[in-house]
Design a protein around this ligand. Sequence first.
Ligand code: HEM
Ligand code: NAG
Ligand code: NAG
Ligand code: NAG
Length: 398
Amino acid sequence: MLLLTLAVLQGAYAYPWVSRAAGVDSSILQRGSIAARDSADCPFNANHEPAAPVTADFPYNNAKDGKPGNGKGGYLVPAPGDTAHEFRMPDPKTDIRGPCPGLNTAANHGFLARDGIVTYNELDGDIVGTSKLSIGCDASSRTALTGNLLAEELGLNGHNHFEADTSLTRNDYFLADGDNYRWNATLFTHMMDYCQGNCDLQALAKCREARYYESRAENGNFFFGPGSLLLYGAASFLYELFPTAGGTADEVTMMSFFGANKTSDGQYVWNGGERIPPNWRARVDPYTNFKVGREIFAMYLLHPVAFGGNIGQNNFLGMNFSTYIQNGQLNLNTPYDAMCLLYQTLTGPFPAELGNVINLPVAVENAITAKILRMAQNFGCPINPNSGDGVSGTQTPQ
Ligand code: HEM
Ligand SMILES: *[C@@H]1O[C@H](CO)[C@@H](O)[C@H](O)[C@H]1NC(C)=O
Ligand SMILES: *[C@@H]1O[C@H](CO)[C@@H](O)[C@H](O)[C@H]1NC(C)=O
Ligand SMILES: *[C@@H]1O[C@H](CO)[C@@H](O)[C@H](O)[C@H]1NC(C)=O
């Protein structure tokens, strides 16, 4: 169904840069068969072991069996003595790592399967699932369910699904022969220059703005759509989730979660694995989706940038999206518009955009959109036809 949607919409939303970016996606369309095919050089582990379960000895927040925990933080992670969740350096031959430092860290500590082939249960207890996902490269041979027509599961490296241009510490897909997921020393150093010892909202807003203009100037296939707003959410994780409870987003914390060491002459170097800093405690109150949404717009609005893409080098064209974006400019009449825009980006029928966050099996997709749908209804947003729950509506992005 997703493939069909992609094929149909390809024509309907003929943004030139989308069909270019979809150069990636049209190759997917052409795959036709479901013969699972891993990307070249994708690490392979023949003996997949699921994440070490949370036990009565080390209950953390009691999140287990795919159910959310009690929402209380403040405890030490990993718990003293919990060797199942100690840091272990990933093995590049067997362990997949990807663009997300948070998930890489979780895998290096065995909160996700150490080989990087994770289940939706491990990622989010609320989501149905025996389905698997690679946190990096395409590992369809190990993630796809037999007979699943959506078997081309790109993994989180898949460009313009969640991964997108202008990341803080990762290259743009088209600027680096497809290496859009490894830690880049130059970019990390730039970010730390902006942070000056504290990667807070203001510092990261400036850094994201700089990354935007860098990409826009250098990348002839640059694309920054409404879904790219999620990158502001990811950036907020630096100061909301990485610091120890009550702490700040200081250099030591950033280095640890991004897998960086510093040499005696002050250069950052990759140390091989993202890691939870010593004596780290989980934040006390949950960082809810609602708070993330608020942080996304707080950061974006400090240094707003135009939505759209390049059609070749230095040839930017602003995009139009529903009532929210006109000629590249964000047009929010009410705070509710912001939430509705996020809803649209997560459920809207885009081709190579974030409409399908990652190529998800239908059941998982429906579970996610059904949740988001409830939020959208609370905010009185126009509802998308493909919102799950069989709810249909008339609003489509233009
Ligand atoms: C189900 C949960 C999650 C998924 C599917 C996910 C996925 C991703 C993906 C695909 C990216 C790359 C976006 C891009 O820059 O192009 C990313 C970035 C990021 N994620 Fe996650 N993530 C998750 C949870 C987390 C958590 C819990 C944390 C923090 C503890 C985190 C921290 C970050 C940060 C800081 C970035 C930005 C990295 C950069 O721009 O260089 N993520 N995430
Ligand atoms: C890191 O990023 C810089 C700046 O964008 C780029 O010039 C360089 O090629 C990147 N390095 C790697 C190894 O991708
Ligand atoms: C990084 O620092 C740690 C702790 O100081 C050290 O054990 C490790 O060998 C270093 N790794 C690299 C690649 O410099
Ligand atoms: C967006 O709308 C403006 C004005 O209506 C138009 O000039 C522009 O070409 C549109 N952009 C795209 C990518 O269609």
